[in-house]
Design a protein around this ligand. Structure first.
Ligand code: PMP
Length: 462
């Protein structure tokens, strides 16, 4: 990859030689490592004829076995599979599944921008201008003006120097964490962190340690004991925890970042459009400076009703990722209509803060109503995500199916996405949910929970 930034060319001959030598040595060491690994490979059978089928037949690979166990358990209990329902319309506070309309709590369309005429028009205009694909990775001919327009706007709302967008939110976390950290580093993430954060940490090869949910006091202790054993240390938080609907005490984590000299990353997938008076996220909520979070991550698939992810931060960070993150360098540029849709949605979010305000009221109201009938909402703090703990995967699925029969679509979250005893229904609220919809839902929910006679559903909220 040839660096495009002129500053990188201002190196002396000796500096350039040092860099080239370092790359050569790294390649040599990588090769040596691979060779040693091959020799260390354990022997699983003596003869080629003895290799068991589960090592080379796709239908016998381990993930499938677990799935078959779950499906046959559901069948035994006569429970319909609640996954992969086909929606025939824009999914907002309502949706169409088959030929029926449902009150819907299973979409990220927080501010009702998916299906908004201006967002759809922006996407169509981008198709007319650029077609449907960037047709190459951004460094090598995939760059379109709409990419930089979107990135500048995202940087502006996060109050950072720059931003870079990726084609998937999940891949943004994986490739960013995987690229910036390595075997001499330590990654500390909240125990309830999203899968993409964990996958990134695993890929990086760094030591990975979860800390108890939102517990900055325990985290401080871990850091007291471990900080100096590692080179770089990263703390990863979420702006709103996606399964639980609660938020971290960001100022306390920033204090730890400063005390222990480490990097702080916050995944704002669910807090953009939700937290702060204009939806700018967790920094706006706490009134915090742009530079106190080193790596601001977000997705375009929630409030911004598109597809993709981004990293906002200092120009040095963005530049580093644009030349080094494999998920950016070796992946196609974001599809132009998706970038245009996200940009249009961002503009509406900023110009119409009443949407954010409405969502805030809906979220709080629903949370209070659910608590009012004595149900267990876990750690929830009443933003746009409200879980109802069902206590087991089977209870969660049964409850979801019972609500569906009453024209309410809410997805169960079951093991392994959460611990078995923490299986739940997860309600996503939209700015457009009406008071009647919320009231009807809580009435049916309370009635169906009572039928199940499961005490976990009624534990006191934390
Ligand atoms: N981070 C968090 C916290 C998420 O909840 C998700 C997915 N819901 C992602 C990252 C991945 O984003 P995407 O679905 O846009 O790939």
């Amino acid at each position: 990859m040839i660096p495009m930034n002129n500053k990188l060319f201002g190196l002396t001959g000796a500096d350039k030689k040092k860099i080239i030598d370092r790359i050569r040595n790294r390649n040599r060491e990588d090769r040596k490592d691979r060779e040693t690994e091959l020799h260390q490979g354990q022997k699983y059978s003596n003869k080629i004829e003895d290799i068991p089928e589960e090592y080379y037949k796709v239908e016998l690979l381990p993930g499938l076995k677990q799935l078959q166990i779950q499906l046959s358990a559901a069948e035994k209990f006569g429970i319909d599979n609640p996954f992969f329902k086909v929606h025939e319309s824009v999914a907002s506070n309502e949706t169409r599944i088959g030929d029926k309309t449902y009150i819907n709590y299973s979409s990220y369309n927080y501010l009702g921008l998916c299906g908004h005429p201006r967002v759809s028009k922006a996407a169509k205009d981008a198709i007319d201008r650029y077609g449907t694909s960037a047709s190459a990775s951004r460094p090598v001919s995939g760059e379109r003006p709409i990419h930089r327009e979107l990135e500048r706007k995202l940087a502006e709302i996060h109050n950072t120097e720059d931003c870079v967008v990726f084609v998937s939110g999940h891949a943004t976390n994986v490739t960013t964490i995987g690229c910036l950290f390595g075997k001499d580093d330590l990654i500390l993430h909240d125990a309830l962190a999203h899968n993409s954060i964990i996958q990134g940490a695993v890929l990086s090869g760094a030591k990975r340690l979860p800390f108890p949910h939102n517990d900055y006091v325990s985290l401080d202790k871990i850091l007291e004991e471990n900080r100096i054993k590692y080179k770089k240390v990263l703390i990863v938080l979420e702006g709103i925890y996606s399964m639980d609907g609660d938020i971290p005490q960001l100022p306390e984590f920033i204090a730890l970042k400063k005390k222990h000299k480490l990097l702080l990353m916050v995944d704002e997938a669910h807090s953009l459009g939700v937290l702060g008076s204009t939806g700018r996220g967790i920094k706006e909520y706490f009134g915090i400076n742009g530079n106190d979070i080193d790596i601001s991550m977000g997705t375009l698939s929630k409030t911004l009703c598109s597809c993709g992810g981004y990293i906002a931060g200092k120009r040095a960070l963005v530049e580093n990722l644009k030349f080094n993150a494999p998920g950016f360098v070796y992946s196609v540029g974001m599809s132009p209509p998706l970038a245009a849709a996200a940009l249009a949605a961002l503009e509406i979010m900023i110009n119409e803060p009443e949407r954010v305000n409405r969502l805030r009221n809906v979220g709080r109201k629903f949370y209070e109503m659910v608590k009012g009938v004595g149900l267990n909402t876990g750690f929830c703090q009443g933003f746009a995500i409200v879980p109802v703990i069902a206590g087991s995967s089977i209870s969660g699925v049964k409850l979801s199916n019972a609500l569906l029969e009453n024209h309410i679509n809410v997805q169960p979250i079951i093991y392994p996405a959460v611990e078995e005893r923490a299986a739940r229904l997860r309600f996503f609220l939209c700015a457009s949910h009406t008071e009647e919809q919320l009231q009807y839902t809580v009435e049916i929910l309370a009635r169906e929970c009572k039928k199940q006679k499961n005490s976990t559903m009624y534990s006191i909220s934390r």
